[in-house]
Design a binder for this molecule. Structure first.
Ligand code: ADP
Length: 363
């Protein structure tokens, strides 16, 4: 017969996949009952809808099961009380140097932050940011999207996410898309999606800082940032608030690409952040009847600009009604097109080359 002490010892090897600490250290083991060969363990999750609940239960089951042949292990899950959560928050918060009120910043490990920028609105910046996240996720990367386009947030809509973020002792828990992309956007906090957000610089700065420091992103390979349109104040504010690894610029053939690229390059230089690639969206359309490729707006000069600024050209993305339609109904994750290959490959390289991840609270 096993003892409670043995069970507790075994459970010490069960690591919370997001917090990287033992469930015993985190105070998640609520009760151990032993009756003959039956062992019943109750584990209190930090939040009731914890996405990792099945994994934690399975790991705990295995750890106890391995103690002795022939024992019957039953793991039941519950969630922490408000005061247990407060206690955990205090303990976790005490561990780091974060200035924020939540421990998230100390617990987050984000490898690369990729900012997707455009010269003006409507060129498909959000759609491309979403597709970059989708492509990296398909490659098995752990991805988040921070929607910093505060005045026109469209990321939740594109990725079909509606539920508001939940509060946990670890910070604000970002909701996830169907393939597991973590999302944070001001839109998720508004009662009415259509509500226009008219914010001034300092409020944008504080929202972005919160999205970075107080959101529990956990371990991410890439955080894709959908930037406010343009290269002026709002974009600059965001760039200054986040440790951006690289900037990707989206233009359209109608853009005055030369001017846009010059401004973006200037901003990148000013912030000491590399411009890592240029994408031209809405470059062409394929006739649904004859299959011919038309460049409706004439040939853009993005490729030439990329060469002039010594920045990789990540290709032309065609106008595809299917992409717009899937985006409109929150199903952009179902879209696939070779046009995104170079963009996604670049994102992958940025992750590969990134140094060891930093806690967001260290920034
Ligand atoms: P931005 O973020 O630059 O304002 P969005 O990504 O919101 O732009 O795109 C604006 C609109 O254009 C959306 O309705 C989107 O579905 C559509 N769109 C963007 N790129 C394409 C494309 N390549 N093909 C078809 N529709 C597109």
């Amino acid at each position: 017969m096993v003892s409670k002490e043995q069970v507790l010892e075994a459970l010490k090897s069960v690591i919370d996949p997001e917090l990287h600490r033992s469930i015993v250290d985190l105070g998640m083991v609520r009760e151990i009952q032993i009756g003959g060969r039956d062992v019943r363990v109750t584990i209190a999750l930090t939040v009731p809808n914890c996405p990792l609940r099945d994994q934690i239960a399975a790991d705990a089951g295995k750890a106890v099961d391995a103690l002795e042949p022939g024992i019957n292990v039953e793991i039941s899950l519950t969630s922490m009380t408000e005061s247990e959560r407060d206690g955990l928050r205090e303990r976790l918060h005490g561990r780091g140097q974060s200035q924020s009120n939540s421990p998230a910043g100390n617990l987050n490990r984000v490898k690369s932050v990729i900012a997707v920028m455009s010269g003006k609105g409507g060129v498909g910046k959000s759609t491309i940011a979403a597709m970059l996240a989708v492509g990296l996720r398909r490659k098995g990367r752990r991805v988040g999207v921070l929607d910093s386009d505060i005045t026109g947030p469209s990321i939740p809509k594109l990725l079909g996410v509606r539920e508001p973020p939940t509060m946990s002792p670890l910070g604000i828990m970002p909701p996830q898309s169907s393939t597991g992309i973590k999302i944070m956007s001001i839109n998720l906090m508004l009662e009415d999606e259509e509500q226009a957000v008219i914010w001034r610089g300092p409020m944008i700065t504080s929202a972005i800082n919160q999205f970075w420091n107080d959101v529990f992103w956990g371990d991410l390979d890439a955080l894709v940032v959908d930037m406010p349109p343009g290269t002026s104040d709002a974009a600059l504010t965001v760039m200054q608030s986040l440790p951006v690894t690289g900037i990707i610029l989206v233009t359209s053939p109608q853009d005055l690409a030369g001017m846009v690229v010059r401004k973006a390059a200037h901003m990148a230089e000013h912030l000491n952040t590399p411009l890592v690639g240029l994408v031209e969206n809405m470059s062409y359309v394929i006739c649904p009847h004859c299959g011919e490729r038309y460049t409706l707006f004439g040939k853009g000069d993005t490729r030439a600009m990329a060469d002039a600024f010594n920045t990789p050209f990540l290709g032309e993305i065609g106008i595809d009604p299917q992409m717009a339609e899937l985006g409109d109904r929150g199903a952009i994750e179902q879209y696939d097109s070779e046009d995104f290959n170079a963009l996604i490959a670049l994102g992958d390289q940025l992750i590969e080359k990134a140094p060891a991840p930093k806690a967001t609270g260290d920034h």
